[in-house]
Design a protein around this ligand. Sequence first.
Ligand SMILES: Cc1cn([C@H]2C=C[C@@H](COP(=O)(O)O)O2)c(=O)[nH]c1=O
Length: 242
Amino acid sequence: PNTRLRVLLDMDGVLADFEGGFLKKYRERYPNEPYISLEERRGFWVSTQYGELRADLCDKAISIWESKNFFMELEPLPGSVEAVKEMAKMKNTDVFICTSPIKHYAHCPYEKYAWVERHLGPDFLEKVILTRDKTIVSGDILVDDKPDILGPGQLAIIERNVNSALYQKILRQNVWSSVHKSNRDWIMQQDSDQKHESVEPNPSWEHVLFTACHNKHLPVSTTQRRLLSWADNWRDILEGKC
Ligand SMILES: Cc1cn([C@H]2C=C[C@@H](COP(=O)(O)O)O2)c(=O)[nH]c1=O
């Protein structure tokens, strides 16, 4: 039996301070526009919350992370680099960075690799996985701040085909499993009918929710484990002690 533990670590919001880096550069670029403080952030999508504040702010938000050097200059979150380096040295443990690039590919993929080399060292370049669908990556644990980790196909289906109240509910309740079995089957049926890119309804990994400004107010889940920060006891999480 394979006794090795495979840990998948998200980058934005887990290793790199996306939210803090975004707000800093947004306020520099749009000093007279309204902004959302980190304390006011709700929901994973920054673009959605800015768009709700004022329609044109959605594209303004997107323009920030599509800019050159945005991903390159993100600061590591406190304790993240130290934790990853220690984790990678643990026996019987393999660590991969599993991150989604944005669709605007001019800068992001390159800068994500450069960020890893700069903060974690060149050996870590072997461990980078870029994917728009994390459900098809196999591992034991995925540490990620995004509450709902569905394949892009499922999310697109939900967003398009079920009323927005249910969609918002799913996002708020932050787990696909919160969707009633019959709804899940129906959504998957829609998905296969529309020949969406392959989605994996039952990912191999356990999703450990990494606390971020946008998800700290979500109702406490009785099933999903949380990692509050890298100062929290991530070793116990890996050992399955809690
Ligand atoms: C918050 C936010 C993020 N993104 C992009 C930018 C980086 C990736 C990170 O995806 P992740 O690997 O954390 O699931 O999503 C967006 O495209 N829109 C948003 O509103």
